[in-house]
Design a protein. Structure first.
Length: 531
């Protein structure tokens, strides 16, 4: 610990206590480069071990807790976060440089509390568990809590994806599991404040104290050991590919589920007819989407594919002009700016041509020039891996193809992404080309959009915030979209010839709520068995 600075405690088993740490760190204000006042511990394995033991005990107790109490916790937690909105937004602004308004206070925090309340509703309803009854064979099944969940939060959403209040947290709790949150070191103060409200809501709802726990940072070996520990039910990670894959290797070796959200370039394909109809508007739309939030969105459209011709050149010129005129946003950290610069260099070494000015802004803020590069379809096909290097920030690559055949080849060489968009002519002039390209893009993205930029992820039951590798570790799951997101943190439990009074309430003959949807003998119904 540095002299004169207080090292903040960790939250373990319902108690704020001094960490058994191997060191400490201080976050920085990205706008000024100055270190913020508080220090936070780098937890040793002893902290992790204690949290895992407490979580395992809490998981046993939670199995018998009525889902209404879990919902009460989620709703109370949401209310408490809303009550501290101004303070939370100010802290998150100091730690991330994201604007208080509208981003933090008016958009992200309401989204966060909204998804907590949606998770509460799903917990009470129970239909997420897909209760299934075969009366002839007398076999019944449903999804149930999987056990303690470790959530690794990302750097770019201090509220909505926070390890102790974001979407993974909400889904894991609603499914009936305790959560150990591994906060992100770029915004530990924000996470600590959220944990204070979570702990208070746990006490108010009467849940086991270890339902929510918090550690701020661990070394790589301890993180890998956590996700592989026998006491863990599952883990969730949002962040860079290298870190995610290291955790996945450890979890896979131990046979433990882990859900990853990693790198994604989110291709946007603009067909010729769309450019002819509304090229200027599309250039403005694309530039705005790419620059939004300093480009620090997992759905940032990092690649745009155009068909060669004057309209494509006009589009590139318009986007270049917008990029050059816009003041580069303050990024989340100095390391983020260095990583972005390194990625742009990789793209250039692979043959991409820089078309923006590329002037580094002066001043102490963590910034990088707004960057547009271009490459031909042939160049892309010669180095598809290098030219898909994720440049996390306000950076994009325009790939200019000669014809439909080359466009199809480029799409076939795309890695998996969270999203992919196709813009086509309103007149129908692009319909034939769309029919050739869309099926190829469909297989490479989790969410396919038409005539819409991918930035922004609605908290909708139909949302898929997932996709093929390397966007995620498994294309069958979503990190956003309740109730589907809950099933990541559940195990399928089957009961064969078990006496009816011994079954979970959802699988007994009488519908426990009268509104629970169940699959009974192949038919979705809210009726009782035999009705």
């Amino acid at each position: 610990m540095s002299k004169g600075f207080m090292t903040q405690p960790v939250l373990i088993a319902g108690k704020w206590r001094a960490s058994e740490s191997t060191g400490s760190f201080r976050p920085q204000n990205p706008s000024t480069g100055e270190a913020l006042p508080d220090e936070y511990p780098i937890s040793s394995w002893n902290d992790c071990d204690a949290a895992l033991t407490a979580a395992a005990e809490a998981a046993v107790t939670l199995r018998g807790v009525p889902r209404e109490k879990i919902a009460a916790f989620l709703n109370t937690f949401a209310d408490r976060l809303d009550a501290r909105k101004a303070e939370l937004a100010q802290m998150a602004n100091r730690e991330t440089a994201l604007p208080v308004s509208p981003r933090l206070a008016d958009v992200e925090l309401p989204r966060t509390t909204g998804q907590l309340r949606q998770a509460a509703a799903a917990a009470v309803d129970g239909s997420w568990a897909l209760p299934t009854i075969d009366t002839k064979a007398n076999i019944r099944s449903c999804y149930s809590a999987i056990g303690p969940v470790v959530v690794f939060g990302p750097n770019n959403f201090p509220f909505a994806f926070n390890g102790i209040g974001g979407g993974d947290f909400a889904a894991a709790i609603a499914a009936g599991n305790p959560v150990i949150a591994k906060g992100h070191p770029l915004h530990p103060g924000t996470t600590r404040m959220m944990a204070e409200e979570a702990a208070a809501a746990v006490a108010e709802a009467g849940l086991p104290p270890a339902t929510v726990q918090l550690i701020y940072k661990v070394d790589r070996a301890s993180g890998q050991r956590m996700v592989a520990d026998p006491r863990v039910g599952a883990s969730a990670f949002t962040g860079g590919r290298a870190g995610g894959l290291a955790l996945k290797a450890a979890a896979d070796k131990a046979g433990k589920p882990i859900y990853l959200e990693m790198s994604s370039i989110n291709p946007v394909v603009i067909l010729p007819g769309a450019l002819t109809e509304r090229g200027g508007a599309l250039a403005e739309e694309y530039a705005s989407s790419t620059l939004l939030g300093g480009g620090q969105f997992c759905t940032n459209p990092g690649l745009v594919m155009l068909f060669q011709g004057d309209k494509a050149e006009d589009f590139i010129a318009a986007v270049t002009s917008t990029f050059d005129k816009a003041t580069p946003a303050t990024l989340l950290s100095a390391e983020g700016a260095r990583s972005l610069a390194a990625s742009v260099k990789v793209l250039q070494q692979a043959g991409a041509q820089l078309v923006t000015k590329g002037v580094t802004p002066d001043g102490p803020a963590c910034r990088h020039p707004n960057t547009l590069l271009r490459a031909s379809g042939a160049q892309f096909l010669a180095s598809p891996e290098a030219l898909q290097t994720e440049a996390f920030g306000a950076s994009a690559l325009a790939v200019v193809v000669r014809d439909a055949a080359e466009a199809g080849s480029v799409i076939e060489h795309l890695e998996g992404s969270l999203t992919g968009a196709i813009y086509s002519a309103q007149s129908g002039a692009d319909d034939d080309l769309y029919s050739k390209l869309a099926p190829r893009l469909r297989d490479r993205v989790g969410r396919l959009l038409n005539d819409k930029m991918p930035t922004g992820v609605a908290v909708s039951p139909a949302m898929n915030h997932g996709g093929p590798y390397p966007a995620t570790g498994h294309p069958g799951f979503t990190a956003v979209g309740i109730p589907a997101s809950l099933r990541r943190f559940a195990a399928l439990h089957s009961y064969d010839n078990v006496r009816e009074p011994r079954l979970p309430a959802a699988l007994r003959d009488k519908n426990p709520t009268g509104t629970l949807w169940r699959l009974i003998d192949g038919r979705q119904t809210q009726s009782d068995v035999g009705a």
